[in-house]
Design a protein around this ligand. Structure first.
Ligand code: NAD
Ligand code: ZN
Ligand code: ZN
Length: 385
């Protein structure tokens, strides 16, 4: 089959690889009908998350069940499903605690002295390096889906692929950023990063009763997308000091909730002092620091942007002094997806308006480059195998 294969940083290609086969009773093989490129894929593409050998990428995908393992009784050949991006068994210590992104069984290599990590560091994702379980991803014609009786959800034929695809990752991820903030209604929510994930957080904020939604980015076309797709007020952090702007918009107090939907690849040159750069901070912490600065005392910061560097200068004093509530992590998609499918099916939210590019899988490598460089007003790329 054809698949988008990571070879080394900045080198991804559509290659011919072996078709996936059923390996475990709880597997299904999915024929992929739509799959997206994610900001998270860029961390691998840019070499921030190392991958020592070639790997089929992609964790946002949906399709038609092609073959069913003997241990899967709830799916049949021909079913149309979306698949949560975390690979989770549904029965282990952490899955039982509703922590599917920490599943012990999907990433057993992470355990013991060989793995070098303490028990409790599990969790696997499709197409997301050996660190996350070494599974092949779904930017391919076919993909093996483990624990298929637990993850995949059937989708009504009334929904198009474009309407349903983002239930796999970016809508649940944006939703978790807001769910973790436990809104009571009327809050001012600021989202740093107007990429697909940030825009989904903005949509979720409205759905959960926010009174005001403000998006911050450094690219005008992304800010325009946030206004159009999520009805947000916007601040360009390249033109003004975003923290001062947020304080001015909130009577000097700061926002009730700040969401970091940028992560470790933040473009830092606009606010990092040269001194910080010399100290080797790179982009790490820059957006999180802005969130800590821009949130009101006693407010909440949630982090869905990925941080993968082992050391940083966490603003401990500020966290303590302001009494900031802080949550973050990989989105526990399994916990939210059924509710979110319902919101899409009943027309309470539209997800497909973030799509700017739909191309054949054969054009995937070129689209990685365009999405990475934020060219051609690219917000979200959908690939059609
Ligand atoms: P993206 O690259 O399309 O969007 C990132 C946005 O941040 C861009 O619009 C960029 O212009 C903006 N940006 C960069 N530097 C900035 C700065 N200093 N201040 C303000 N904005 C800045 O990526 P995406 O697909 O929207 O993903 C966003 C983040 O969410 C990534 O880190 C991704 O890995 C992460 N993510 C996390 C989860 C999860 O489960 N937690 C799931 C999916 C994606
Ligand atoms: Zn993703
Ligand atoms: Zn598990």
């Amino acid at each position: 089959m054809k698949a988008l294969v990571f070879h080394k940083p900045k080198d991804v290609r559509v290659d011919t690889v072996d078709d996936p086969i059923i390996e475990e009773p709880r597997d299904v093989i999915l024929k992929v009908t739509s799959t997206a490129i994610c900001g998270s894929d860029l961390h691998i593409y840019n070499g921030y998350i190392p991958q020592p050998h070639s790997m089929v990428m992609g964790h946002e995908f949906m399709g038609i069940v092609e073959e069913v393992g003997s241990g899967v009784s709830n799916l049949r050949v021909g079913d149309r499903v979306v698949v949560p991006f975390p690979i989770s068994c549904g029965t282990c210590h952490f899955c039982n605690m509703s922590l599917p992104t920490h599943c012990e069984n999907s990433n057993p290599e992470m355990y013991g002295p060989e793995g070098g990590l303490a028990k409790g560091k599990g969790g696997a994702l499709f197409g997301y390096t050996d660190l996350y379980g070494g599974y092949s991803g779904g930017q391919a014609e076919y993909v093996r889906v483990p624990y298929a009786d637990y993850g995949p959800r059937k989708i009504s034929d009334n929904l198009t692929d474009d309407q349903a695809l983002f239930l796999t990752d970016i809508f649940p991820t944006g939703w978790s950023a807001i769910d973790w903030a436990e809104l009571k209604g009327g809050e001012t929510v600021v989202v740093f990063g107007c990429g697909p994930v940030g825009i989904m957080a903005m949509k979720s904020a409205w759905l959960r009763g926010a009174g005001r939604v403000i998006g911050v980015d450094i690219l005008d076309y992304r800010l325009e997308k946030a206004r159009l797709a999520a009805n947000a007020e916007t601040i360009n952090g390249k033109d003004v000091d975003a923290v001062e702007a947020i304080r001015a918009m909130t009577g000097g107090y700061g926002a009730d909730v700040c969401v970091d939907a940028v992560g470790m690849e933040a473009e830092h040159s606009f606010w990092a002092s040269a001194k910080n750069l010399i100290q080797g901070e790179m982009g790490t912490m820059k957006t999180l620091q802005r969130c800590f600065d821009a949130v009101r005392r006693g407010g909440t910061v949630t982090v869905v942007g990925v941080y993968g560097t082992p050391f940083d200068n966490f603003p401990l004093h500020q966290w303590f002094d302001k009494g900031i509530k802080l949550r973050g992590g990989q989105a526990p998609v399994h916990n939210y997806i059924d509710n979110l499918i319902n919101l899409v099916e009943t027309g309470k939210v539209t997800l497909e308006d973030v799509i700017t590019h739909t191309v054949a899988l054969s054009d995937a490598a070129k689209m990685y480059d365009i999405f990475n460089n934020k060219e051609d007003n690219c917000v979200k790329v959908v690939l059609k195998p």
